[in-house]
Design a protein around this ligand. Sequence first.
Ligand code: ADP
Length: 161
Amino acid sequence: MEKIAVFPGSFDPFTIGHESIVNRAASMFDKIIIMIGYNANKKSFFSIEKRQKWINQIFKDQLKIEVQLHEGLTVDFCKEVGAKYILRGLRTSSDFEYERAIAQVNKKMHPEIETVFLLTLPEHTPVNATIIRDIIFHGGDASMFLPKGLDMDEFKQEKKG
Ligand code: ADP
């Protein structure tokens, strides 16, 4: 049976921290589905189309990694796609506390699904999508925190709307 993991997040935007978690987990699973979770009533900074396009671009040569969109519970998505694992990254103790509660509730409700955590690389600990959005919003250069090979002009255009 295929070992499928879902890596859920808002990825607004997808950073080098996210990229590293996916690349490190790639040898552990047959397939990783990066699930961009969205809420039709909540406004994001980058459009869902752009986020999806960027992630597809980053992993275009890695056939076992795909991107899908989902509105609703991650566990429901896991069932839809036949995934038994949820992949999450941990940076700090506050990440841990937040993730622990969600993973334990998920485990109670859906014991067949395991949440797997990877600790961030030390150099990625401060890489945070909220801070990166702020840099971009104020016209700064966030390229060192974003995966290579993306068109940086597209990030600037988003700021202007
Ligand atoms: P969410 O809104 O669900 O927290 P994010 O897009 O912020 O979604 O993050 C998705 C996942 O990636 C989470 O598990 C988060 O902890 C992890 N993550 C975010 N930034 C990093 C990083 N720099 N290093 C490792 N993991 C990270």
